[in-house]
Write a protein that binds this ligand. Structure first.
Ligand SMILES: NC(=O)c1ccc[n+]([C@@H]2O[C@H](COP(=O)([O-])OP(=O)(O)OC[C@H]3O[C@@H](n4cnc5c(N)ncnc54)[C@H](O)[C@@H]3O)[C@@H](O)[C@H]2O)c1
Length: 262
């Protein structure tokens, strides 16, 4: 029997973090490295991927930064190959590419097609293409694996702020989480998602910098604040470790109690 706390460790595991140069992806990558994983962070910004990997290495972890646009099949295949070349296996994929909602706020009745397509590409296609490439490798290896997606409370709750495409995209990510969990359980792969409310990151700074908007958000969160990237890493580690072996297809709200009030 593995001691309880050891089940949360990721020694000998290799994790690929798509969007690992971003605020949430880099925090998860650093957390996984501190739990013993070897980590590959990939990002469409090579500079952010490298900076994220450098921070992990400076803290004593093992990490490699790689450029990739994970909406492209060839890039997704390549980063899986580069992960195998670097560390010999692939056990975990975290899909931390996404967002964009605050940049394309339009009334629902006039939501433009180009903004819709962009949000779907950024949030759904990125998750789909990266996960397909990783899952093919996990199935081939026969070692099982962990997939962690990032949905959002917006998959469950409307918001009176022009979010049509984003709510649809995050709903799709939640549905794919349940579908993949169902299909890949036979391969020993669990698939779960975290579902945060607003997390204080550069991505949503524009919205949270508006005191009235922020006050409206915070007033509905029982814990009385928005999230931080640090609020997400414990759940991400749990869902990607042996401690969660019997949990799959779940969407874990990390929202200070927001959805509990609805
Ligand atoms: N910040 C929040 O409040 C919040 C709340 C709920 C859910 N989320 C979700 O969490 C995820 C991460 O959010 P974040 O705040 O860290 O965003 P972020 O913009 O800081 O990070 C996303 C990263 O993905 C990279 N990226 C974009 N397109 C890519 C592509 N095609 N291929 C590879 N990399 C690509 C970007 O360069 C960026 O570094 C998103 O899915 C977002 O929707 C965020």
């Amino acid at each position: 029997m593995v001691p309880l706390l050891d089940r949360f460790r990721l020694d000998d595991r290799v994790a690929l973090i798509a969007g690992g140069g971003g605020a949430i992806g880099s925090a998860i990558g650093a957390a996984f490295a501190s739990a013993g994983a070897k980590v590959v962070v990939c990002d469409r910004s090579e500079e952010r991927a490298q900076a994220s990997a450098d921070r992990v290495c400076a803290a004593g972890g093992t990490c490699k930064g790689v450029f990739a646009d994970v909406t492209q099949e060839a890039d997704a295949e390549r980063i899986v190959r580069e992960t195998l070349d670097a560390y010999g296996r692939l056990d975990i994929i975290v899909n931390a590419v996404g967002g964009g909602a605050g940049k394309v706020l339009y009334d629902a009745e006039a939501y433009p097609r180009d903004a819709w397509d962009w949000i779907m590409e950024l949030n759904v296609r990125s998750t789909l293409v990266a996960t397909q490439a990783a899952a093919r490798q996990m199935i081939k290896s026969g070692n099982g694996g962990r997939v962690l997606n990032i949905s959002s409370v917006r998959a469950l709750l409307g918001i009176n702020a022009g979010y049509s495409a984003y709510v649809a995209a995050k709903g799709a990510v939640a549905s794919l989480t349940r579908q993949w969990a169902t299909e890949w359980a036979k391969h020993g792969i669990t698939v779960n998602a975290i579902s945060p409310t607003f997390v204080d990151t550069p991505q949503v700074a524009m919205l949270l910098d508006d005191p009235a908007f922020k006050a409206g958000i915070v007033s509905r969160i029982p814990i009385g604040r928005v999230g931080t990237t640090d609020d997400l890493v414990g759940a991400a580690l749990f869902l990607c470790s042996d401690a969660s072996s019997f949990i799959t297809g779940q969407i874990l709200g990390i929202d200070g109690g927001l959805t509990a009030t609805q």
